[in-house]
Ligand binder design. Structure first.
Ligand code: C2E
Ligand code: CA
Ligand code: CA
Length: 287
């Protein structure tokens, strides 16, 4: 009996998600999805507490003019026996939903700061782009903790860009944005071109970099409108002294078109996949 009620509840929950006055029959897929989610959350909780399974990979951002890697984006990975294939696009939302993101975020940032020291010791004084979730900064302690970590690892805040999407920035309290800027870090506008990104906002937000999403340039060879859009963004960004990075560049044709359109910074598999620090340092030493 308990089992029937449990399944009815799951079906009801699914109905509610779809809107009022609906009915949904229970199916085993729903049950599986819910069980998997619960299990994932349990494993994530343990992983965050123990802080052993998460690690960071770095993807170069290549400057086509200086022909150098001037920055890297830090991306989290989860090394779990059962869920090693799960990407951050799946586990980050769960960490946000459960509030675990706060502790996770600080652990990841500490790892990145430690790695920055190693990069620097090897002679690479590059910039680091760090993804942050607005849930992390909502807590007032965030900057206090960041400050402590900055001191502990003697990090030069000028080399830190925090990546946030437009929706995330717009939903944040203005004080939080100002706090980032006042402390000397900079903001990169992530995933530009997805959702409802608008040029108007770009012009008003205190951002240092616009990251154009892969989705915009996927068909850039055939898509004239995409080329026009990129050219317009490059022009406006130039006037505003804002850097432009194009993400998800996978082939030489895309690269050549983007270079012609005036894009200065390229990120994507064509340049390099995200790599663990040791491997990236090897690459940087043997360009
Ligand atoms: P994102 O910030 O847009 O990161 C770019 C994603 O595109 C990364 O996926 C990267 O591996 C992938 N990518 C880069 N170049 C190419 C390419 O040429 N082709 C293709 N197909 N993909 C490419 P990843 O690492 O799976 O990360 C997914 C998302 O998870 C990130 O999207 C970011 O929003 C989030 N994320 C990752 N690490 C963190 C973190 O430490 N904190 C937070 N809050 N979010 C994170
Ligand atoms: Ca990003
Ligand atoms: Ca992005």
């Amino acid at each position: 009996m308990e089992e029937i009620i449990r399944k009815a509840n799951i079906a009801m929950y699914h109905s509610k998600q779809k809107g009022k006055n609906r009915y949904t029959f229970f199916n085993e897929d729903m049950d599986y999805a819910i069980k998997k989610k619960a299990d994932l959350i349990l494993k994530l909780k343990k992983a965050v507490e123990e802080d052993k399974e998460f690690y960071v990979v770095y993807q170069p951002i290549y400057n086509v003019e200086s022909r150098k890697i001037e920055a890297v984006e830090a991306l989290a990975r989860w090394n779990n026996n059962k869920y090693s294939e799960i990407s951050p696009s799946e586990f980050i939302p769960l960490l946000e939903e459960t509030g675990l993101i706060e502790k996770f975020g600080l652990n990841i940032i500490e790892r990145i700061f430690r790695d920055i020291n190693t990069f620097n010791k090897n002679g690479f004084d590059i910039r680091f782009n760090i993804n942050i979730s607005p849930v992390q900064i909502r807590n007032n302690d965030f900057f206090y903790h960041i400050n402590t970590l900055m001191k502990k690892y003697s990090i030069n805040i000028k080399n830190i860009f925090f990546e946030l999407t437009e929706t995330q920035i717009l939903n944040l309290n203005e004080d939080k944005i100002n706090e980032i800027i006042e402390r000397g870090a900079q903001i990169a506008l992530d995933d530009f071109g997805t959702g409802y990104s608008s040029i108007i906002n770009v012009m008003q937000l205190p951002i240092s970099e616009i990251k154009i999403d892969k989705f915009i340039i996927d068909n850039i060879e055939e898509d004239e409108k995409a080329r026009i859009l990129i050219e317009a963004i490059v022009y406006i960004a130039g006037k505003l002294r804002t850097e432009v990075v194009v993400e998800g560049v996978e082939n030489k044709k895309q690269y050549d078109i983007l270079k012609k359109l005036g894009v200065k910074n390229i990120q994507g598999y064509l340049i390099s996949k995200p790599k663990i620090m040791e491997d990236l340092i090897m690459d940087l030493k043997n360009p």
